[in-house]
Design a binder for this molecule. Structure first.
Ligand code: ADP
Ligand code: XUL
Length: 518
């Protein structure tokens, strides 16, 4: 059997691809959008909108319902799931699910006569899951850093300073604010290890890629760090699954999926990883040399690293590379959500955003800039209530579209300097990467050609490739089949615009520093 299934539970959707690893083709793909397809949860973008002081949570039952819905729709489309040899997946990073001690028994006792949501609902010791957009744990970050002797130590151990959205500070906040429910919690899972456990029918490990996004794993031995565990919450070591390499097998698929959806009982499950580590694999960037920009709900910039190197400003991160070694990751929270805000304000669609608005204005926007932070930003760490414009004249739609894009990518260039990598080519992925206007601004700001891959959805594809790697597949072979650049779609930088951006860059940095001096 040469078919593998890759899933991606992201902020706004749950997606699946089936890859034929011999023929090198995508046999099927399907997606459930939380806002549109599961509108009864009232989480139009995949999370509850009205958070208190930066709290952003999702409903884990919505994720479970999405999984049953996705698989039943694949079966209804006559996709034969019995031919799948292995399953793995990708999850939005940092989000956590809190489960009572009955979780393992409930997984073992799942029956195909009912669904996952109904059968697992009473395993939750916390009804909602904080996700990566949550910025409510500054106090807990400071406490963790203080307890281990400062953020320099947190960073040298875990690859990141204590970060609001990371799972450790989120766990600490839960333990402080709801100690009874915390002590009732038997296991804390990441989105990735939660789904992986459901497929395996038992609690499985957290992989080194996603585990590094918790402020709890020590990068030197890739295991839980006892000082960080102690600084975070009582008895935390007992509530976490073990850490394991990303290609670990977790046994045959749970009987639930065999009986309900016709999977083969011999289908192997491979533990899941985070969406950015999976994307690194899907983009063919697992070996050092390629720089990837992912334009999803957030924008991220990442690259494989031979040895861990940390960001002196504390904004960037080091994660485990699912193929071994390390990767860097820099997350810009105001990605698609900021572009969407401008699109909606000027009543544009993505086509007119690019063709009518962007094309009206020249590179450099005649000096009109903006700081495109609609929500508290991660890179740089800024607590803001809204965007700031450099000029108080009314921006036309063309000026506003150009301002949001130029400032996003000038900010990205500024805050990826510490990697010390001069890319000769950038690979882009994610929902917004299809937009040629956006891709051209990236090419011009960074001054290098920009490529996309033949097959869209690098996190989902990467999850499928990881399923194949778990069965012993060859990375170079899989990359040659699924991570090929799309022919005829390379965007070359325009030399005149590149010169303009080299001149604008120091002005943008000064504007940013002027507004946010801390
Ligand atoms: P995530 O994985 O975080 O859920 P995706 O990678 O699926 O996100 O990207 C979804 C985002 O892509 C949407 O929020 C939307 O703003 C953006 N998007 C989709 N199509 C376009 C387009 N043609 N141009 C610009 N942005 C787009
Ligand atoms: C990475 C991050 C986001 C999430 C959601 O640190 O917070 O990219 O993984 O995609």
């Amino acid at each position: 059997m040469s078919l593998v299934l890759g899933l991606d539970s992201s902020t706004q959707s749950l997606s699946a691809v089936i890859l034929d690893t011999e023929k090198g083709i995508v046999v099927a793909s399907h997606s459930i959008n939380f806002g549109d397809d599961l509108a009864h949860y009232n989480q139009p973008h995949g999370y509850a909108e009205a958070g208190v002081r930066g709290e952003i949570h999702s409903n884990p039952l919505m994720w479970l319902e999405a999984l049953d819905l996705l698989l039943s729709q694949l079966v209804r489309e006559n996709i034969d799931l019995s031919q799948i040899a292995a399953v793995s997946g990708s999850g939005q990073q940092h989000g956590s699910i809190y489960l009572k001690a009955n979780f393992n028994d409930a997984l073992r006792g799942l029956t195909a006569q009912s669904d996952l949501k109904t059968q697992l609902a009473n395993c939750l010791s916390r009804l909602s899951s904080p996700i990566w957009m949550d910025s409510s744990t500054s106090e807990e970050c400071a406490e963790i850093a203080h307890a281990v002797g400062g953020n320099k130590i947190v960073c040298s151990k875990s690859g990141s300073v204590a970060v609001e959205r990371f799972t450790g500070p989120q766990i600490r906040k839960f333990a402080k604010t709801d100690p009874d429910s915390y002590s009732e919690t038997g296991t804390i899972h990441l989105v990735s290890s939660f789904f992986a456990s459901i497929f395996a029918g038992k609690t499985v490990a957290i992989d080194h890629g996603d585990g590094a996004g918790m402020n709890l794993m020590n990068l030197s031995d890739l295991d839980w760090d006892q000082d960080l565990l102690r600084a975070t919450a009582e008895d935390l070591g007992e509530k976490l699954p073990p850490c394991a390499p990303s290609n670990s097998k977790s046994g045959p698929i749970s009987h639930y999926f065999v009986e309900k959806y016709g999977f083969s009982p011999t289908c192997e499950t491979i533990i899941w990883s985070g969406d950015n580590p999976c994307s690194l694999i899907g983009m063919g960037a697992a070996s050092p040399g390629k720089v990837v920009i992912s334009l999803g709900t957030s924008d991220t910039l990442f690259a494989a690293m031979p040895a861990p190197k940390t960001d002196p400003n504390g904004f960037g991160h080091v994660f485990g590379n699912p193929a071994g070694g390390y990767m860097s990751l820099i997350c810009f929270k105001n990605g698609s959500l900021a572009r969407e805000a401008i699109k909606e304000k000027y009543e544009l669609n993505w086509d007119s955003f690019e063709k009518d608005a962007l094309s009206q204005t020249p590179a450099g926007n005649n000096g009109s800039m903006m700081l495109p932070f609609y929500e508290p930003e991660i890179t740089p760490a800024i607590d803001t209530e809204g965007p700031i414009f450099s000029s108080d004249h009314h921006y036309s739609s063309g000026e506003a579209v150009r301002a949001v894009l130029e400032s996003q990518f000038l900010n990205m260039r500024t805050h990826s300097d510490w990697l010390g990598v001069s890319p000769s080519r950038i690979f882009i992925t994610g929902g917004a990467s299809e937009n040629d206007g956006i891709a051209q601004v990236i090419a011009n700001v960074f001054g290098v050609p920009v490529d996309r891959l033949d097959v869209p959805g690098s996190a989902t594809i990467g999850a499928g490739m990881r399923a194949a790697l778990g069965l012993g597949g060859d990375l170079a072979d899989l990359e040659s089949k699924f991570s090929r650049p799309k022919e005829g779609r390379t965007l070359e930088p325009d030399p005149t615009s590149c010169d303009t951006y080299n001149e604008v860059l120091p002005k943008f940095k000064a504007f940013l520093a002027e507004q946010f001096t801390s």
